[in-house]
Design a protein around this ligand. Structure first.
Ligand SMILES: N[C@@H](CCC(=O)N[C@@H](CS)C(=O)NCC(=O)O)C(=O)O
Length: 253
């Protein structure tokens, strides 16, 4: 039977429940699993990784709602199990659940704007540079480093500076926008970007990255052996495609 999402589910109670446990089903590398994992740390949630082995992927794939990973699996205290596919949907779900979407309608809009800016920058990197033809990669990478990334940085810096350089997109509070931006910066820092991303060229993003990476539960996750194993599994295939050094993302943790 093809798995489907529940056509209707009133999750008001589960959104309010603080005692759920979570499983993040993804492959054993960072990729699209990195931001949901960070959000689970910021939410102080009880969570574990279910790392999908490549060998069993062909039989697992058709059992998933959209045949892809990540999937977030939430088990409420009452034993109800909620499965959410699509990284952006689960990130916004966790953002709402953990109070990381701002406190007013306008703050939520700002969160959406800078969250989406990071989503799109990451998507362009993945689609145009990772999943591309070998002979096109170098050209797309140059364009990305010369245009797409500087534009993303400028848009973020302008807003962060105008908001008082607090280390946050919204006031002085952590939101989904901060967390997604810091996670996407890990990928960008691993490329040849030292001239674009540093304490003087992009001081406001640097401050934001430091604030996010220093958050105690997230800092501890980044220091864990499991996170380190995801670093290694992320590094190996990408460094075969282009200059890529994940250790450069470990500026603050
Ligand atoms: N739009 C989806 C994309 C999911 C996706 O393409 N996931 C990849 C891994 S990053 C996957 O499952 N690949 C294995 C496959 O398609 O067989 C999301 O954001 O969750």
């Amino acid at each position: 039977m093809t798995p489907i999402l529940r056509p209707y589910h009133d999750n008001t109670a589960s959104l309010q429940a603080k005692d759920s446990t979570y499983t993040l089903h993804y492959f054993g590398f960072h990729g699209l699993g990195a931001c949901p994992r960070a959000l689970l740390c910021f939410g102080g949630a009880k969570w574990t990784n279910k790392s999908q082995a490549i060998e069993t992927w062909p039989e697992v794939k058709p059992t998933l709602p959209f045949n892809t990973l990540p999937n977030l699996i939430e088990t409420t205290a009452a034993g109800e199990v909620i499965v959410i596919p699509e990284s952006a949907a689960m990130e916004r779900y966790l953002g709402k659940k953990f109070g990381l979407m701002g406190d007013t309608f306008w703050e939520e809009t700002l969160v959406d704007v800078y969250y989406n800016l990071a989503v799109v920058a990451n998507f362009k990197f993945v689609e145009k540079i990772v999943w591309t033809l070998d002979d096109a990669r170098e050209r797309f990478l140059s364009e990305f480093l010369e245009k797409t990334l500087p534009n993303w940085i400028t848009c973020c810096e302008r807003h962060l500076e105008a908001s008082g350089n607090t280390g946050h997109f919204v006031s002085d509070k952590f939101t989904l926008a901060d967390i997604k931006t810091a996670v996407v910066m890990d990928t960008m820092l691993a490329l040849d970007t030292a001239h674009l991303l540093n304490a003087t060229a992009s001081p406001c993003l640097w401050k934001l990255k430091k604030a996010v990476d220093s958050f105690p539960a997230y800092h501890a996750w980044r220091k864990s052996a499991e996170y380190q194993s995801f670093d290694d599994a992320t590094q190996t295939p990408l460094s075969k495609m282009m200059p890529y050094d994940i250790s450069k993302s470990r500026v603050f943790a």
